[in-house]
Design a protein around this ligand. Structure first.
Ligand code: NAD
Ligand code: TYD
Length: 344
């Protein structure tokens, strides 16, 4: 298949002020000198313009604060772009357990609005839908292939599965140029400090406890964010329309082992690790078979050991970044207060 060309195009990146979207933008600006990027981001609690600080005032990108559910705004933007990378979503499983509403509205309905805009914009050459490994659900052994059934178990994962299949349905029904990617757990710099690794790193730095769910035996496949972004970019260039591509590092670790590594890297005591009641419906293990993307030439470049060290170092050196988030966010505190109310 002929590779799709990105340089010289104008692309829309939704959710570009979030953790992965912002890293993706950095990668693309570095790789394609003639690329132009329109970022559409609502700046929810998880969005942060500071995250794009290192891209500075590069004239090749334009930031639009807006909601992917705003049909008119989205239609207007689609007139000016040749490709779309759709990252915007509500993303935290714990929040989806407390209140699933925004997940359905953003992840499912928001994706629907974008796909409808795509229908009406035949000049758009391709649309990359960023899904997740969580759509498959959990498995104790073996690896999920792209053709396996989806059995999402959290409201977050179910909303993402809805969007994933909607993107597929729009390809089958209307012939739209959709490529779907399903990455595993990402980690790296600039991740909002409610997710496992940045929460544990920043709590340990503050001398606060590290709330480990259940017995800490759940397993995740940790993928360095830049490896993921390279995978997404490759799927955009070489992936077939209507197909899904798993992106995983095959670097599986139990949560307890990750927590221990974090305290060790920071020179803190293991006593900070506190076992707390388990997350409801907690998926035991995610694991992906990634042969399909590897066949296109993708490889990870960063091992978990090296990536975790770099990540911890970044949080140590960028305390102002995460402290601002943790301190300013009444929302952050009230969310945890509600969630942990009965879980102390
Ligand atoms: P994030 O929570 O850090 O960022 C999400 C961004 O989307 C934020 O900037 C937020 O302001 C924006 N957003 C939310 N609702 C919006 C709306 N209605 N309109 C416009 N913008 C909105 O998320 P992330 O970790 O960067 O994840 C990005 C994508 O990758 C998501 O689709 C997520 O499901 C998927 N994913 C994430 C992981 C992971 O480990 N983080 C793994 C697999 C897949
Ligand atoms: P998380 O970062 O929320 O990602 P996901 O649930 O999407 O995989 O959590 C990663 C793992 O860490 C998951 O098994 C739940 C666990 N975890 C804790 O033990 N304590 C915590 O405070 C959090 C946020 C997660």
């Amino acid at each position: 298949m002929k590779e799709r060309v990105l340089d010289g195009k104008t692309i829309l990146v939704t959710g570009g002020a979030g953790f992965i979207g912002s890293r993706f933008i950095r990668l693309m600006l570095g790789r394609y000198p003639k690329l132009r990027i329109i970022i559409l981001d609502a700046l929810t609690y998880a969005g942060n313009l500071d995250i794009l600080r290192d891209v500075g005032c590069d004239p090749r990108y334009e930031f639009i604060r807006g909601d992917i559910r705003d049909k008119k705004l989205v239609a207007g933007i689609f007139e000016h772009v040749q490709a779309v990378f759709h990252f915007a979503a509500e993303t935290h499983v714990d929040r989806s357990i407390v209140d699933a509403g925004e997940f359905v509205l953003t992840d499912v309905f928001g994706s629907f609005i974008l796909l409808e805009a795509l229908r009406r914009a035949p000049h758009v050459e391709f649309f990359v839908h960023v899904s997740t490994d969580e759509v498959y659900g959990s498995r104790d052994e073996g690896f999920f292939k792209e053709t396996d059934a989806l059995n999402p178990s959290s409201p977050y994962a179910a909303s993402k599965a809805g969007a994933d299949r909607l993107a597929y349905a729009y390809h089958v029904t209307y012939g739209l140029p959709v490529v779907i990617v399903r990455p595993s757990n990402n980690y790296g710099s600039h991740q909002y400090p409610e997710k496992f690794i940045p929460l544990f790193v920043t709590n340990a730095m503050e001398g606060r406890s590290l709330p480990l769910y259940g017995k800490g035996l759940n397993v995740r496949d940790w993928l360095f964010v830049e490896d993921n972004c390279r995978g997404i970019e490759l799927a955009a260039r070489c992936g077939a329309f209507g197909e899904a591509y798993n992106i995983g590092a095959n670097d599986e670790h139990r949560n307890i082992d990750v927590a221990k590594r974090i305290v060790k890297l920071l020179g803190k005591s293991k006593d900070l690790i506190k076992f707390v009641p388990d997350r409801l419906g907690h998926d035991r293990r995610y694991a992906l078979n990634c042969r399909k993307l590897r066949a296109l030439g993708w490889r990870t470049e960063v091992s978990f050991e090296a990536g975790l060290e770099r990540t911890v170092q970044w949080y140590v050196e960028n305390e102002d970044w995460w402290r601002k988030i943790k301190e300013r966010s009444a929302d952050f505190k009230s969310f945890y207060a509600a969630y942990y109310k009965d879980r102390k």
